[in-house]
Design a binder for this molecule. Structure first.
Ligand code: ZN
Ligand code: ZN
Length: 570
């Protein structure tokens, strides 16, 4: 019977099929169970209710497909009662799906309660409760449960790794993946081989961290396992290479995916990779090829296309794509698309048009929208718009430290010193701290993290000495610190030293210490790169003949021979 459950079968509607003997009890529930499982047109619950109306008794295969689809807690409780009614509540299948059901309803306590009532929890029930905790953001508890398991399998590993990724703990995800591989190498008789799901989760961790060497290694490992790179794995690889700053490799993977196999996700991943790197022409060319190939673009594709227009400053083209998206491809604009449009107009200095987009949106503008409007307004000195958007930002997210700082800068520019003081007091009263700038570099497969003004690295003295030397050489070439983006309350000298301690400068100094001349330097930064660092890194790339690639929170900057790929438009 179990075999039937996992096989996909085309099911005929039972009451229209002449040869089915519906009075046969197991056959009857078998047909209904399959209907519940394969329904796409109706909610499984409605089929279950019809099944009950026909007086068919549910069996142990009924609930596993039905329960996880429920998201409404009172209904979940009723169905839980049904499992008691039919004496199925102690069946392992049912218990696991009850955990999944409460997890879908967002009710972690009940999920845990079901789990605790199981005398001997098996691997699936452990995995279900781990998944529930990860989904609820309680990744530490999930890990404790995971460590308790005696019989882990590839699913439980994948679930835990994926949980780390979803909760933003990417380094922990890579760590657990390494544990899994060490298990295999230890010869302890463990036969857990990572599968597509494991690799997809690990690759997305590498992408988030910008850990190119790790990502490359995973790619090679997939090859060694003899696993075919299908379109799903291929898309994960394209995304990883794109986000790790190696768009050429992303392109190679893309070209290796079979022509007929490429779906809209694979095309979109490649389009987004080009967009992030400011390679607007190639991005638009890709789009043309995709459409010629008969693949219909979706919402993700257009996020990529509009981003490319934003980074390339192509206002007219972006405008056109936005219109075509709706009229030609019937893609309903999401908030991300509106965000791109606000960004597009804002950067180009067309603040009125940006405002019109905000007013025309059918949904409530979120922090991304106000943030985009703010950065455009800042760039073009529209203080009024700045003020409005910062206030909106603070309404939506009162802990947004950056917004407080910006608002006090705006007030300072207007000479409203009382407001400036008030804001500072407010920040202190609310216990709001600035998000520290943080840069990540990967050297010989080890990730090093640098915070602004960091002195916690074991080689910190050498790093500062190196940084000092670099800055001296830049100054001889005419570098002067651009302090216009630093907090107001520092004096000029303080401002300059605060600048030279920005995390990306520390990270670059470390790379100069640790890598051979000529090696490309790759850095991932959590905030937007500041004007001063941008100028300094441009000069470094020429002065020391190094290619330096920085991913900030918006996009990639490729610094080479004293110029940046963003053409100073970021
Ligand atoms: Zn900086
Ligand atoms: Zn740049």
């Amino acid at each position: 019977m179990r075999g039937f459950i996992t096989k996909k079968a085309t099911i005929l509607i039972p009451w229209t099929h002449p040869t089915l003997n519906l009075r046969h009890p197991t056959l009857e529930s078998f047909v209904w169970n399959n209907l519940i499982r394969s329904t796409t047109l109706q909610p499984p619950l409605s089929i279950y209710l019809r099944m009950r109306r026909h007086a068919v008794v549910p069996d142990l295969h009924t609930f596993p497909f039905l329960l996880p689809s429920l998201t409404h807690l009172p209904l979940a409780h009723s169905l839980h009662a049904h499992t008691f009614l039919f004496g199925l509540h102690t069946r392992p299948f049912t218990q696991t799906s009850l955990i999944a059901m409460y997890s879908s309803c967002g009710c972690l306590n009940s999920a845990r309660q079901v789990f605790d009532e199981i005398t001997l929890p098996d691997t699936p029930s452990y995995t279900a409760v781990i998944h529930a905790y990860c989904k609820g953001g309680m990744v530490d508890i999930a890990r404790r449960m995971f460590d308790q398991m005696t019989d882990k399998n590839v699913l439980s590993y994948s679930c835990m790794i994926n949980g780390y990724v979803k909760c933003g703990e990417h380094a922990a995800a890579l760590g657990l993946f390494r544990n899994l591989l060490a298990l295999e190498g230890s010869g302890a008789g463990s036969e857990i081989k990572p599968n597509e799901f494991t690799f997809s989760a690990v690759l997305s961790a590498c992408a988030k961290l910008g850990a190119l060497q790790h990502g490359k290694w995973v790619h090679a490992y997939i090859g060694r396992c003899g696993m075919r790179i299908d379109v799903v794995l291929g898309t994960a690889l394209i995304d990883m290479y794109g986000k790790c700053g190696d768009v050429e490799r992303a392109r190679c993977v893309f070209d290796e995916i079979g022509h007929d196999e490429k779906d809209v996700m694979a095309w979109s991943a490649m389009i987004c990779a080009f967009a992030m790197h400011g390679r607007t022409e190639e991005c638009l060319e890709m789009f043309g090829r995709m459409v010629d190939d008969g693949v219909s673009p979706n919402a993700v594709t257009f996020v990529g296309i509009l981003c490319a227009c934003v980074h390339g400053g192509l206002v007219r083209e972006g405008d056109e794509f936005f219109k075509r998206m709706v009229t030609e491809y019937s893609v309903r604009p999401l908030i991300q698309h509106y965000g791109c449009m606000v960004d597009l107009y804002g950067r180009a200095g067309r603040i009125d048009d940006a405002w019109n987009v905000v007013k025309s949106m059918p949904m409530e503008p979120d922090v991304m929208i106000w943030g985009a409007l703010l950065s455009g307004a800042r760039m073009h000195g529209d203080i009024e718009t700045c003020e409005v958007s910062i206030k909106k930002l603070l309404e939506l997210d009162p802990s947004n430290s950056g917004a407080y700082v910006l608002l006090s800068n705006v007030n300072a520019k207007l000479g409203r010193w009382r407001e400036v003081r008030h804001l500072r007091e407010l920040m202190e009263a609310r216990g709001i701290k600035k998000v520290p700038g943080c840069s990540l570099v990967e050297i010989d497969g080890v990730l090093h993290e640098f915070f602004v003004g960091d002195d916690s690295h074991p080689e910190t003295q050498d790093i500062y000495r190196m940084l000092d030397e670099i800055m001296k050489r830049l100054k001889r070439q005419g570098y002067v610190g651009d302090t216009s983006e630093v907090l107001l309350d520092l004096d000029e000298e303080g401002k300059e030293s605060a600048l030279s301690l920005h995390s990306e400068k520390l990270a670059i100094a470390y790379c100069f210490l640790k890598t051979r001349p000529g090696t490309t330097i790759r850095i991932v930064k959590n905030l937007r790169i500041c004007k001063d660092c941008h100028v300094a890194i441009k000069m470094m790339s020429r002065e020391f003949n190094r290619e330096i690639i920085v991913r900030d929170c918006n996009r990639f900057h490729h610094f080479k021979n004293g110029v940046c790929s963003c053409k100073d438009y970021w």
